[in-house]
Design a protein around this ligand. Structure first.
Ligand code: MN
Ligand code: MN
Ligand code: ZN
Length: 302
C-alpha cells in the first residue's frame, strides 16, 4: 500500500501565465478510496475519478468513518479536486424489469450515500439500457430513479451526472436530446447534470476531430442542454472510427479523434472549470497516465 510519506511532492508548473488545466485520471481504490488520491498525486493529476465500491459487484461493506476521514485528509493535503465517482457497471435504472430496476436504484442510492460521506462532488452513471422497452419508457424510469435517490438523501450535495453514451445496443444517452428529456422530468434537477465522454459522443456520431466540427458539436450541446449542465468531461480518444457506436478508449491523440479535437476542447474557455478525466489504457507504473496528462497540458497551452 502506498503511503503519504512515500509519494513525492508535486512541483508547481512553471511554464507561462496560463493556469494549469483541470486534468485528472480514473484511479484504483485497491486498499482504500484514499489510494486513488495518492495515485493521482503521483502522476500529477489536479482532479480525480474513482469507484466508490467495487464496480462489478452489487454488495459493498459499509464505508467506515476512518476511511472517509482519510480520504478527506488526503484531498486536503494534496488539493486534488474535484473528485468524480463513477458508478458500478451493473446498474441499469432504465431496465423494464422491476427487480433489476429496484436493485439498480438501491445500488445507485448507496453509491450516492458513499459520495456524500466522502465529500465527492459528482457521481457519474450510465443512464441505462431499455432492453427492448423503448427509449421513452427508459427515460421515464431513469428520471424516476434519479428523483428517488435524490429524495432519499435530501441534504446530499453530490451531483448525479448522466454520462453520454456511444449508443451500443439499447443504451440510452447517445443523443443530447435524450439526456435533456431525462433532466427535464426531474424534481431534483438542481442536483443533476451531464458528463460528456469524448469517445462516446464521437462513436455516437458527434464529430469533434476538427475545429469546425468541435464547435458545431459543442454548440449543439449548448443549445440542447446548456453549458452550465456540463460538469465533467471524460477525455478518451477512440479505437474505432466515427459513428461506429463502439466504446473502446485509446490514448489521447492515438485514436480516430486525434490531437486537434482534444486541443479545441482543452483550449475552450467555457470548459476551463470543468474537470477533464482520462479513462485511457493504464500500465503498472503510471507512465501512460503521465503521457496522456502531459499531452493534454501541452494542447491546453496551444
Ligand atoms: Mn462511464
Ligand atoms: Mn466515460
Ligand atoms: Zn467508454
Amino acid at each position: 500500500m502506498k503511503t503519504a510519506s512515500a509519494t513525492k511532492k508535486m512541483t508547481a508548473p512553471t511554464k507561462g501565465a496560463a493556469p494549469d488545466p483541470l486534468v485528472g485520471s480514473h484511479m484504483s481504490i485497491a486498499g482504500g478510496t484514499f489510494n486513488a488520491i495518492l495515485s493521482a498525486e503521483t502522476v500529477g493529476c489536479r482532479c480525480v475519478q474513482l469507484f466508490v465500491k467495487s464496480s462489478n459487484q452489487w454488495r459493498a461493506k459499509p464505508l467506515t468513518e476512518e476511511e472517509a476521514a482519510q480520504f478527506g485528509a488526503e484531498r486536503k493535503r494534496t488539493g486534488i479536486g474535484p473528485a468524480v465517482a463513477h458508478s458500478s457497471y451493473l446498474i441499469n435504472v432504465g431496465s423494464p424489469d422491476d427487480a433489476l430496476y429496484e436493485k439498480s436504484r438501491e445500488a445507485l442510492m448507496i453509491e450516492y450515500q458513499r459520495c456524500v460521506q466522502l465529500g465527492i462532488e459528482y457521481l457519474v452513471f450510465h443512464p441505462g439500457a431499455h432492453m427492448g422497452s423503448g427509449i421513452d419508457a427508459a427515460i421515464g424510469r431513469i428520471a424516476s430513479a434519479m428523483d428517488w435517490v435524490l429524495a432519499k438523501i435530501p441534504n446530499g450535495k453530490t451531483f448525479l451526472l448522466l454520462e453520454t453514451t456511444a449508443g451500443a445496443g439499447s443504451h440510452v444517452g447517445s443523443k443530447f436530446e435524450e439526456l435533456k428529456s431525462i433532466l427535464d422530468r426531474l424534481d431534483g434537477a438542481d442536483r443533476a447534470a451531464v458528463c460528456l465522454d469524448t469517445c462516446h459522443i464521437f462513436a455516437a456520431g458527434y464529430d469533434i476531430r476538427t475545429e469546425k466540427a468541435y464547435h458545431e458539436t459543442m454548440s449543439r450541446f449548448d443549445s440542447i442542454l446548456g453549458h452550465s449542465r456540463l460538469m465533467a468531461i471524460h477525455c478518451n480518444d477512440s479505437k474505432y472510427d466515427f459513428g461506429t457506436h463502439k466504446d473502446r478508449h485509446e490514448h489521447i491523440g492515438k485514436g480516430y479523434i486525434g490531437a486537434e479535437g482534444f486541443g479545441c476542447l482543452m483550449r475552450d474557455p467555457q470548459l476551463a472549470g470543468v474537470p477533464k478525466i482520462l479513462e485511457t489504457p493504464k500500465d503498472e507504473d503510471g507512465k501512460f497516465d503521465k503521457m496522456n496528462l502531459a499531452l493534454l497540458r501541452k494542447l491546453a497551452a496551444g
